[in-house]
Design a protein around this ligand. Structure first.
Ligand code: DAH
Length: 591
């Protein structure tokens, strides 16, 4: 048989079509009809099949399912009257159902675009858009639920932007010409169906799509589910206006008053008390099982009017606590009766220090091996130690570099650990000073790579005859002990108010071995062969003076680098600093 012509690919908004019946067969009570061309979409790619009718002069065929079988679209359903091969018929889809399917399907793709925008490493690998009432997009790897608001923001912005959605069929030649990237190898004789949203690059998709993103109802991300190392983001669409909602059953059934609901709760609580004598299994079965009395009562909360539902929910929660504590009591009694002394004990789970704490310790010990003393100076600081004393006068543009949180004109949350320099000079009064000040720092910033709170370590060495070669030596020592023996640093001229001369210290990238490219492609980790470690320089004479040290007798160097930054550099993570602050055990247990 010749393959069915797929008219739904040409226009997803077409609702009916004239066609000729190619074949009709009966299996059990159901019929299968094949047409020469169709607008019925067969269930696939997570999108449910269309439903509708196929009508001829002599009969009507009600389509309740559609599938694709080796190039043929099989319409399945029930027959009223007769439909014969060669007969001309009109095929009409249930447009409301189709439109809803397209909304759900397009919404899924918009979520895919939004997540890809977070980071290209997340790839959509599967999706369900309404089949068996499931609506989710599945991504490879772990996406923390804390991204929910960022994804939602992106969706709100882009979905409302009037993004045209273009579905098209592209040949291998076009794929090559336009540089379309596909997650599979396209073949010469099989063109590929792709869809693109606004300016985003096309992605493979064989379903039907809305023509514009603004037709999708607001998307609500409901749940992040983790399975076999992948993340399913479940979603639902929220109808924009009440009046468009179909009449719900809930509204027509009789409401239970809160008082009645309370009575039912009390009755059940009484019954529970009396059932103290029941065996543990029987108790669980009666009250806590799926079909148990608690769940039955919980379901009936729907009939309480919405304004009282919050209170009713609280009552239910209390009841649940009563049931649980009763069940525990019974389980305890039982345990006492049946204590098996031969059972092996349960090993307590042991934790370990957080990756940031581990790194702080490591940095501390690398510098300790050079004789630097660990300090931790205050995070709430006066303007003098934080800026003025470091040669950053009020109104100096350098103040704009750091998005500082101010408590008052004179008191700040430290945006760097450099305040430790003056504090240490004052504390020791006389060199030699060899300090490593590790502490929390705060800035008005929040993104994938910037957190409002992060950690810095500030080195300060002041003594007689200290020069830049000492700075280079210490930096190299640190690079080789923290990152690895084959690493080295370079100094790049820069400006800081509290050092002269000032530098940015870079460290060579170990992915591209400092060359900036891998097999002719730009290195994705560093882009240039070097990664920026942070600022450093020779302590400015004014700063020494402000710390009470004679710049004619002594000189020194200082540097200020980030703990999170060196962690990310070491693990070649360039874009998800926030994972360091989540409570996700799968991430934290790696350390
Ligand atoms: N305080 C600077 C910052 O947070 C970093 C810095 C640069 C510290 C140069 C230093 C230094 O000690 O010498 O951006």
């Amino acid at each position: 048989m010749k393959s069915t012509k797929l008219i739904y690919l040409e226009d997803s908004y077409q609702t009916n079509i004239e066609a000729t019946v190619v074949n009709i067969t009966k299996i059990g009570k159901k019929y299968s009809v094949i047409l020469d061309q169709t607008i019925f979409y067969p269930q696939s790619g997570g999108q449910p099949a269309d439903t509708g009718v196929i009508e001829g002069e002599t009969g009507k065929f009600i389509v309740d399912h559609v599938k694709l079988d080796d190039g043929l679209i099989i319409h399945q359903g029930t027959l009223e009257g007769t439909v014969e091969p060669q007969q001309k018929v009109t095929a009409t889809i249930d447009w409301n159902a189709r439109y809803k399917n397209m909304q759900t399907h397009t919404a899924g793709h918009l979520i895919d675009e939004a997540v890809k925008n977070l980071s290209p490493e997340f790839q959509g690998i599967d999706g369900m858009h309404g089949i068996n009432n499931q609506q989710y997009i599945e991504f490879n790897g772990f996406i923390n639920e804390s991204y929910k608001s960022e994804i939602t923001d992106y969706l709100q912005k882009n979905k409302n932007l009037d993004q045209p959605i273009i579905s098209e069929t592209v040949t291998l030649a076009e794929i090559k010409k336009r540089g379309i990237l596909l997650p599979f190898e396209p073949s010469k004789n099989k063109p590929v169906r792709v869809v693109s949203f606004g300016d985003n690059p096309p992605v493979p998709d064989a379903g039907t799509q809305l023509k514009n993103s603004n037709e999708v109802w607001p998307i609500l991300l409901t749940d992040f589910e983790y399975q076999d190392g992948n993340t399913r983001i479940h979603y639902t669409l929220t109808p924009p206006a009440k009046k468009e909602l179909p009449e719900t059953k809930e509204a027509t059934t009789k409401d239970t008053s809160l008082a009645e609901f309370q009575q039912q709760i009390d009755a059940l609580a009484n019954e529970i008390k009396q059932d103290e004598v029941l065996s543990n299994e029987a108790f669980q079965q009666k009250y806590s099982s799926k079909k148990g009395k608690f769940n039955q009562l919980a379901k009936s909360i729907k009939s309480v009017s919405p304004k009282d539902r919050g209170t009713a929910g609280k009552l239910l929660n209390q009841l649940k606590l009563t049931i649980n504590s009763q069940a525990n009591k019974q389980a305890d009694t039982k345990k006492q009766e049946w204590f098996d002394v031969t059972l092996p004990g349960i090993k307590p789970q042991l934790g370990h220090a957080h990756l940031i704490s581990q790194t702080i310790k490591e940095v501390e010990s690398i510098f300790a091996s050079l004789g630097f003393v660990r300090r931790r100076y205050q995070e709430i600081e006066t303007d003098w130690y934080y800026a003025e004393g470091l040669n950053i006068p009020k109104d100096h543009p350098a103040r704009d570099d750091q998005e500082t949180f101010y408590f008052s004109d004179n008191v700040v949350l430290t945006a760097h650990t450099s305040n430790g320099q003056l504090r240490e000079m004052e504390f020791l009064k006389e060199p030699p000073i060899k300090m490593i000040n590790i502490g929390k720092t705060y800035r008005r910033q929040a993104s994938n790579t910037h957190s409002p709170m992060f950690h810095q370590f500030e080195g300060l060495l002041v003594d007689k005859n200290i020069n830049m070669s000492h700075l280079v030596g210490v930096s190299n020592y640190f690079a080789q002990h923290y990152f690895g023996p084959d690493r080295e640093i370079r100094l790049r001229p820069h400006h800081f108010q509290f050092t002269e001369p000032s530098f940015e210290v870079d460290i060579n990238c170990n992915v591209c071995k400092g060359t900036g490219s891998i097999h002719g492609h730009k290195c994705k980790v560093c882009k240039s062969g070097w990664l920026e470690l942070g600022g450093a320089g020779m302590v400015h004479p004014t700063v020494l003076k402000n710390g009470g040290i004679d710049p004619n007798k002594y000189s020194g160097f200082a540097f200020g680098w980030g703990i999170e930054r060196i962690i990310m550099m070491k693990h070649q993570v360039t874009d998800n600093l926030r994972q360091l602050y989540t409570d996700d055990l799968r991430f934290l247990q790696q350390g």
